[in-house]
Design a protein around this ligand. Structure first.
Ligand SMILES: N[C@@H](CCC(=O)N[C@@H](CS)C(=O)NCC(=O)O)C(=O)O
Length: 251
């Protein structure tokens, strides 16, 4: 049995998709990031970067926690012997696309979400333009790749698809950039791949499991006051850089 600590977000969906594709039994446990549960010492002991998801392998004598979603995907690939090619070159190609997801797609799409959703009025325009531009560029990178390859890393559905699909789902569902659905005409190969991914039985089970956490997130967000949102965003009295300068001056 595996446990996933998380919320209804794309980085968490990656793990749920992978667990479903590999046929592992799992349980999802909600973490209230708006209440700051990711900063609890017990959580930080598992995830030192105070982020969800965390994968907990409960099959052994002692539970084993894995942080960083791509590391958790690789852990599950090794545990199952599935979703990653054995051939060294194909395997390397899968790692490149997996790392492109974790180094570029996740952070750029995530910062775009931060600016259009959380930036204070009057401070959002430059950030939104910068990250919207990056999102558009990365959608183009993926579209060009998928015009030449059935799946992100090659001929077989695998790790890189599972890592990337949740962020394309989020883009399609909530991004202002894709509110006008005709934008999809610019990315036909990506759309073909995204729609094929949506039809997979494992994807449908994973999305249903993840969406079951949505009411918890909505309730958590509703309970969060301004200070709690500031902690989540690292600003106000939770601004890490300002607190660093204050501590340095006091020394
Ligand atoms: N690189 C991390 C990113 C995870 C991440 O950004 N998690 C967000 C939710 S999707 C989070 O935990 N935010 C809470 C916080 O930053 O305090 C991964 O892939 O696991």
């Amino acid at each position: 049995m595996f446990e996933v600590l998380g919320m209804s977000s794309p980085n968490v969906l990656k793990l749920v998709l992978m667990l479903e594709e590999c046929g592992f039994a799992y349980r999802l446990r909600h973490v209230d990031v708006f209440a700051g549960q990711q900063f609890d010492p017990a959580f930080l002991a598992m995830s030192p970067n105070n982020k969800v998801p965390v994968l907990i392998d409960q099959r052994g004598a002692e539970p084993f926690a894995v942080f960083e979603s791509a590391a958790a995907l690789l852990y599950l690939a090794e545990a199952s012997g599935q979703m990653v090619p054995a051939d060294p070159h194909q395997r390397s190609r899968a790692m490149s696309w997996l790392m492109l997801q974790t180094a570029s797609v996740g952070p750029m799409f995530g910062q775009y979400t931060h600016f259009w959703r959380y930036a204070p009025e009057g401070e959002r325009d430059y950030g939104v333009r910068r990250y919207e531009s990056e999102v558009a560029r990365l959608l183009g990178v993926l579209d060009r790749r998928l015009a030449e390859s059935p799946f992100v890393a090659g001929a077989e559905y695998g790790l890189a698809d599972v890592a990337t699909w949740p962020w394309i789902r989020t883009a399609d569902t909530i991004f202002p950039l894709l509110k006008d659905k005709s934008v999809w005409q610019r990315f036909p190969a990506l759309k073909r791949w995204f729609d094929a991914g949506s039809e997979r039985a494992a994807t449908q089970r994973a999305v249903a499991a993840l969406d079951a956490l949505l009411p918890d997130d909505i309730a958590a967000f509703g309970r969060a006051d301004g200070d709690a949102i500031d902690r989540f965003c690292g600003r106000g009295r939770h601004d890490h850089a300002a607190n660093l300068s204050a501590a340095t001056t006091a020394d």
